[in-house]
Write a protein that binds this ligand. Structure first.
Ligand code: PMV
Length: 305
């Protein structure tokens, strides 16, 4: 049996704007999806969503990953089991992580010789098939790890502070939210385009601030980014509750991460404030996760036989 894992991610800057070619900064976090694979007579996929054969309704990403590997090698059957620290549909890149970890595990099991670049590219293709439109951000960051500026694919230094996530526990559909932003943009291009471009500008400024470890300035810009995400219609009252709960308890900043509408917020903070912020998020009805960014992308966890 072979096990590979891949991390989830948070957006420090630039979700939605990156769909229109603007810059974004995203970082891999130490919350991982693990995929165990072994050769088998049939295809069996096991996860918290159930046990199925190839099934594009229940396990679309994994089913496409198996199809992709089938096009490279003689894959007849495989047993694939998924375990994840990442809540599904919450802006933490769970779909990218499961796709990347599945491709890499199958790549090792069948000696397909795919490089990490190939894994990232194929995972992005699968996200495009399943979601209709997806930037390469999630799949690239889950494969390569680290803090990454997109679409330039430029690695930046890790943040040396804790990352706190607040989950509203409300499911959000990335496809629907990306569609809503597209509609608003076609109705009011002269209003929405400058907002998206402004978000891209913040990512460009933040690049230098991350290199200088200037968390106060990064935080100010992340809070501005939050305001602009709300302006393009991807906020919600629950998200704002968690944003203010975190900010009022000492977070340097707090904003939506990912598509919005529900899902999660991300806050950065000094070590001494993390527990208080997590408690404030829980008191406001959210689920708090204290984590950190990580340089490690997809990795081989174990290889038995
Ligand atoms: O919520 P997530 O993790 O699916 O992130 C969506 C990020 C968007 O910029 C809104 C879409 C994309 O494909 O980049």
């Amino acid at each position: 049996m072979i096990t590979c894992s891949a991390p989830g991610k948070v957006y420090l800057f630039g979700e939605h704007a990156v769909v229109y070619g603007e810059s974004a900064i995203c970082c891999a976090v130490e919350l991982r999806t693990r995929v165990h694979v072994e050769k088998n007579d049939d295809v069996i996929i096991e996860s918290s969503l159930g046990t199925t054969g190839p099934d594009i309704k229940v396990h679309p990403y994994v089913t496409h990953a198996i199809e992709m590997i089938k096009s490279l090698t003689d894959l007849k059957g495989v047993r694939l089991k998924i375990e994840s620290d990442l809540p599904v549909g919450s802006g933490l890149g769970s779909s990218a992580a499961v796709t990347v970890a599945s491709i890499q595990a199958l790549n090792h099991l069948y000696n397909c010789g795919l490089s990490r670049e190939d894994v990232a590219k194929n995972a992005h293709k699968i996200e495009m098939i399943v979601q209709g439109n997806a930037s390469a951000t999630d799949t690239y960051v889950s494969t390569m790890g680290g803090v990454v500026m997109m679409p330039q694919r430029k690695k930046l230094p890790l943040l040396k502070c804790p990352v706190i996530i607040g989950n509203t526990k409300e499911f959000s559909s990335t496809k629907e939210l990306v569609g809503n932003v597209a509609n608003l943009r076609s109705e009011f291009p002269s209003v929405i385009d400058p907002i998206l471009s402004n978000i891209g500008q913040m990512s460009m400024l933040a690049e230098g601030l991350i290199i200088k470890n200037d968390y106060m300035a990064i935080g100010k810009l992340m809070n501005v980014n939050q305001g602009l995400l709300d302006a393009i219609g991807v906020g919600s009252s629950k998200l704002w509750d968690l944003v203010y709960a975190a900010r009022n308890c000492g977070a340097i900043c707090a904003k939506i991460t990912g598509a919005g509408g529900g899902g999660c917020i991300v806050a950065i903070a000094e070590h001494k404030d993390t527990k208080g912020i997590a408690k404030a998020i829980e008191d406001a009805g959210g689920e708090a996760i204290i984590t950190k960014n990580t340089e490690e992308g997809v990795r081989l966890e174990s290889f038995n036989g």
